[in-house]
Design a binder for this molecule. Sequence first.
Ligand code: G3I
Length: 317
Amino acid sequence: PPTLRALAARHDIRIGTAVDMSALAADPVYRRQVGSEFSTVTAENVMKWEVLEPQRGQYDWSAADRLMAFARQHGQAVRGHVLVWHSQLPAWLTAGSFSSDQLRQILRKHIFDTVGHFKGRIWQWDVVNEAFNEDGTLRDTIWLEKLGPGYIADAFRWAHEADPSAKLFYNDYNIEDVNAKSDAVYQLVKTLRAQGVPVEGVGMQAHETVDYTPTTMRQNMQRFQRLGLDTAVTEADVRMVMPPDAAKLGAQADVYRSMLSDCLATDRCISFTVWGFTDKYSWVPGTFEGQGAANLLDETFTPKPAYDAVRATLAAK
Ligand code: G3I
């Protein structure tokens, strides 16, 4: 049977997964499936600031470079994740007492160094991640506090300067539907575009549960499309209270199917990435106690109904 990536290519989209670099090194089954089934990859952790610059001024590109080499060998486009976020920052940065001017220079350098290191080899960069609260106000982070709201436009301008060929994304969770948070993202990117700031896409993370299917995702993607922006599903997973049963697995399949259909129905939805593809490696159980089984394959790499739904949805053309 054709691979997922071959089926996705018929729709002119890429299908992707987050990659756990420890699993990639240690688990040959995982490695083979990442290489064969997906046409885009995202580093689950190794392009985050705390990994890239653990000591100030001392970069460690090794794990990220291993992913770049893997992607190249397998003809995969890379989503760069992530440049400006409030989480997984190096301790020297969060514990240091920097002035606003110093912090602005530190962020600028981080963006130029990181985007520059991968220049010409990244398809989409998540430039700013999770900048909003659920009610649509800006999240209180070190960046907002010290630099003010202008840090967002600055980050996109710097990233574009460092690599004009990368598509620059704003990325967030709970913005799949039309709601207060996605309204705020809409206003942000509309304003940025009007000011000539090089934001080119909106990434919808899509960390879901089996209890709810986004109902207005298509409409939401289409309003971003009308602004001239690409969209992407960037971190899809659908968790459930353990243990799985047939009803939950069926509901999970419905959520994946619905989100993928919304992406396929939107011309400018250019990729559909899952945040891991096997329950063997998932961030969910460590974060949501008693929940898990959020991925397309179970922990033995056996396809679940969600995998069949994704495959069938891609094959229906
Ligand atoms: O690297 C250390 C390792 O040395 C240590 O032995 C181990 C012990 O716990 O921890 C390792 O670090 C963990 C890291 O993942 C790598 O496995 C961190 O504790 C853990 O917090 C970290 O979690 C990641 C999380 O982001 C952190 O915020 C998840 O793997 C990753 O899936 C998750 O991804 C985020 C996206 O970047 C943004 N959107 C939400 C998404 C899910 O939270």
